[in-house]
Design a binder for this molecule. Structure first.
Ligand SMILES: *[C@@H]1O[C@H](CO)[C@@H](O)[C@H](O)[C@H]1NC(C)=O
Ligand SMILES: *[C@@H]1O[C@H](CO)[C@@H](O)[C@H](O)[C@H]1NC(C)=O
Length: 484
């Protein structure tokens, strides 16, 4: 008997309707600091970020500084000096001592082509995804089947933004969870019990643009299509950019059994305020356009693209920026008292409020210790759910499609039977089955990151065979250097 065993991986889960993609490894940080040249140009950021990509980064980095002659990049493709950044993950012990959770393997940045006629980000383009003040998520878990999602994305950008965040529980001996599966950070008990290889944070950027390079809030020049990755763009958002997707892995497993809590650097124990920033820093928009037009190997490997010049991870790791003097005492890696620096923990569910930024305009450092969770604070209990091959084979991208079992399970878009009806009839046709899975996962052992390639294989099973049907793993070891 011959059966085909498809091993689902995050990248495979993406393959639903993606016409092509590539995966940019940026394995080291250019820096970890309270900097955000998009939100707070020339000033101290309100919280710490982990930053990678172009070494021309600073608190007033722009397309020009990132692509200036001689500027380096921490990504493997030397033509890409884009700046990519997100908040860091911290662990706060109950006694107030706070450390940065080790970041594993840097960042993977996916460029996926979901929309048609994908166009290069223009020179000078920048954007944010996510909103650091959000502290609640009200949708069902798992997400409602995509055919019940809104088909008009115009009024549903908040709905889509919160579904563009993913907290992926890593356990490499189990089937992987799909991407963008749960949209809140699991509790420490859950992480300890299930996520023995850490937690992968995922962030999807909007890919429909109105043609502007930026906007006042750095978001409203962009919009999510109706299914986050694909679907319909709102009116006036007719430019189709690549679907940009960040993955960072955090060794939350290093804190198993410790009394304390995980906190994102902007004081978020819930995860719903997770966000990230992008400044386009490709050597030219023309080059990026050629890459988008040319690099369509279904493996997503940058090596498969003849246009890319690739540097070693060791060379990429030499690329760092100078932290401004006024931030040198921040010690974001810890151990330190509270979050760097003086960031209060805000549990929600109401929107988080702004706070005085230490060092900005002469603001004194107070040394705020993390507060104990209020009685009303609870993180949802979630079951570990590996990708179900039956439900993911027609899923669009990494969002697993849960079968709707009863009316209460139907999300906001399907609040009334009439709404269900109209949405179902206008839902897009099911996508073709995904192509073969591609390399995707990482395993850490000490300072070594093992890249796990999972390949679809035909498994021949005979009556006498007792060994379980397995899959082929190609292990590639990369020496990985943490920190700077
Ligand atoms: C708090 O607890 C952690 C873990 O036990 C320990 O490493 C740290 O030194 C403690 N901090 C203080 C100020 O006692
Ligand atoms: C949930 O978050 C949204 C956005 O911040 C906010 O408008 C809403 O009031 C919040 N819900 C609760 C119960 O606070």
């Amino acid at each position: 008997m011959k059966t085909s065993q498809a091993i689902l991986t995050a990248a495979a889960a993406f393959s639903g309707t993606v016409s092509a993609f590539w995966r940019m490894p940026c394995r080291s940080q250019t820096g970890v600091a309270r900097l955000d040249p998009i939100v707070d140009p020339g000033d101290i950021s309100a919280h710490v970020h982990t930053i990678t990509g172009g070494g021309g980064f600073s608190w007033d980095a722009t397309y020009e500084t990132l692509t200036a002659d001689g500027a380096c990049t921490a990504c493997e493709v030397t033509q890409d000096h884009s700046a990519y950044w997100t908040p860091i993950m911290n662990f706060a012990y109950d006694n107030g001592t706070t450390v940065m959770v080790p970041q594993v393997g840097g960042m993977l940045v996916y460029y996926l082509y979901y929309l048609d006629q994908v166009k290069a980000f223009p020179e000078g383009f920048q954007m944010l995804a996510g909103n650091p003040t959000v502290r609640n998520f009200t949708g069902p878990f798992p997400d409602t089947e995509l055919s019940f999602w809104p088909t008009d994305s115009t009024d549903d950008q908040f709905f889509l933004q919160q579904r563009a965040l993913g907290f992926n529980c890593l356990n490499y001996v189990k089937d992987p969870e799909p991407s963008l599966y749960r949209h809140v950070m699991p509790s420490q008990d859950y992480l300890d019990a299930n996520c023995v290889d850490g937690l992968r944070l995922e962030l999807a950027f909007p890919s429909c643009g109105n043609g502007e390079l930026d906007s006042d809030d750095h978001k409203s020049h962009m919009a999510y299509p109706s299914l986050v990755k694909e679907g319909n763009c709102p009116d006036g958002y007719d430019e189709h950019y690549p679907f940009l997707f960040y993955e960072t892995i955090w060794a939350t497993n290093a804190f198993a059994g410790e009394a304390g809590q995980f906190l994102l650097s902007y004081g978020d124990p819930v995860g719903t305020g997770y966000h990230g920033d992008f400044i386009m820093g490709w050597e030219s928009a023309d080059f990026l356009q050629s890459a988008l037009d040319t690099c369509k190997d279904e493996s997503g490997d940058i090596e498969a693209c003849p246009l890319f010049d690739i540097q070693s991870d060791a060379d990429a790791a030499k690329c760092t920026f100078d932290v401004p003097d006024c931030l040198k005492e921040d010690n974001p890696e810890g151990p330190r008292q509270g979050l760097a620096v003086d960031v209060p923990v805000q549990y929600g569910p109401e929107e988080a409020t702004s706070y005085a930024v230490a060092g900005r305009q002469g603001q004194e450092t107070q040394g705020i210790a993390p507060s104990a969770p209020p009685e009303t604070f609870s993180q949802p209990t979630l079951t570990y759910s590996p990708a179900d091959p039956e439900s993911t084979k027609t899923a669009q991208g990494g969002i697993v499609v849960a079968m709707v079992t009863d009316g209460n399970d139907i999300g906001k878009a399907a609040a009334t039977p009439a709404a269900v009806e109209s949405i179902v009839t206008t839902a897009p046709a099911p996508p073709p089955p995904p192509p073969a899975p591609t390399p995707v996962s990482y395993i850490t052992q000490g300072n070594t990151v093992i890249e796990l390639y999972v390949t679809e294989v035909d498994v021949t099973v005979t009556a006498t065979e007792t060994a379980p049907a397995g899959w082929k793993r190609h292990l590639h070891r990369h020496a990985h250097h943490h920190g700077r």
